[in-house]
Design a protein around this ligand. Sequence first.
Ligand code: 6PG
Length: 467
Amino acid sequence: MQEIGLIGLSVMGVNLALNMADHGVKVSIFNRTVSVIDEVMEKYDHPNFRATYSIEELVKSLSRPRKIMMMVKAGQPVDMLIEQLLPYLEAGDILIDGGNSFFKDTIRREKYLSEKNIFYLGVGVSGGEEGARRGPAIMPGGNRTAYQAVEQIFENISAKAYDEPCCRYIGEDGSGHYVKMVHNGIEYADMQLISEIYMILKEIGGLSNDELQQVFAGWNQNELESYLIEITADIFKVKDGDGYLVDKILDKASQKGTGKWTNLEAIDLGVDISVITSAVNARYMSNLKSERVKVSEMLDAPAKTLTITKEELVELARHSLYVAKIVCYAQGFKLLDKAQEVYNWTLNFDEIARIFRGGCIIRAKFLNDIAAALTMEKGVQNLIMAHFFRNIINQHLPKLREIMTLAVQSGIAVPAMSAALAYIDTYRTADSGANLIQAQRDYFGAHTFERTDQEGSFHYDWTGINE
Ligand code: 6PG
């Protein structure tokens, strides 16, 4: 019988433990607040749970090489737990971090533990509470041989998409947590795009919550089919008193930080992930509620005018959302591409797209198309260049332009949608305005420039031109 130790019985930890136990794995459980262990034992009464009441007891309950999964809060708690475990671990044991840890911490921890002959796996787990219980998407990183010892367990408990487990070995050290971080960045962007489309439909189109519910439910039957579209349709169903719950929820979006990490990382690596950046900024702006209320009274808003039918607006929204989504995924994969070069990983992008097809928050039907495009056109520099996606963009780009025009004329804030459009326009501009920037840099700082007609580095005496 397979066995594993699991430390940290928060919602995610308990659900993962139950999922493993259901799959015939004997799970030794432990939690820092020990009363929780008895509560869990009593509540779930699972024959494959083995309660342990100290770190030492947990470690000793397992046969070597031990497999121990930590499901604790990212950051210092992970380092503290590692130190508590270390005196009891032996060479060859495998420690697994299943939390949303920052990938650089995972790289550091893996190195630290490998010096002590302990294997360390950083494993991204997505899908929230329900995913953990019924099948999450799993992104394991770390030593490949050590991973093989837990591969069967992880594949068994993971979500299945088209009969394939949404779990594949990602790569060395922090790569699993890196991919999870980028997943979260895409998640932020996807949510922001949907919320901008919601505002366009509501404010310009005047759609009611019932109509919005129908629109999103309908979109969930076509190319936009995805978990986030599905739950959006559900949200518009929920009534509260004489109105709808969604209208009574304060418009301040929180965040735990993974979107911010993705952005800091992208800036560090010099990759434009503007749609994800706009999504994080939009959450910051959303928190300035009282200032927004004040400014809404200070600055005039244009009239909201709809020059097309509601049905036409809904169709424009559908196609525009699809194009913007493609851009946000393209940016995420572009960041992964740069990361593999910088951190010396070999990432398999079509496999990553396959993992994302089930269990995780960004699961979507079109990840099948992404996986297919990345398989057929291995090495393509950007998803936007893949035949399938460039055809879609060419087909629907005029609609994105049209809806952006409507939004701008009506004064609806669409930072992520417009970032997607700007990215496409920037990317398809063969001759940009950067020549002028180079001239300016050379003018004020003699920073030199390259020429289109000659090889080499040049400087011009700009200040002499007025003499
Ligand atoms: C997942 C989610 C999860 C994340 C929450 C909250 O893949 O299951 O990404 O890991 O923690 O969605 O994120 P924010 O609080 O930052 O919105």
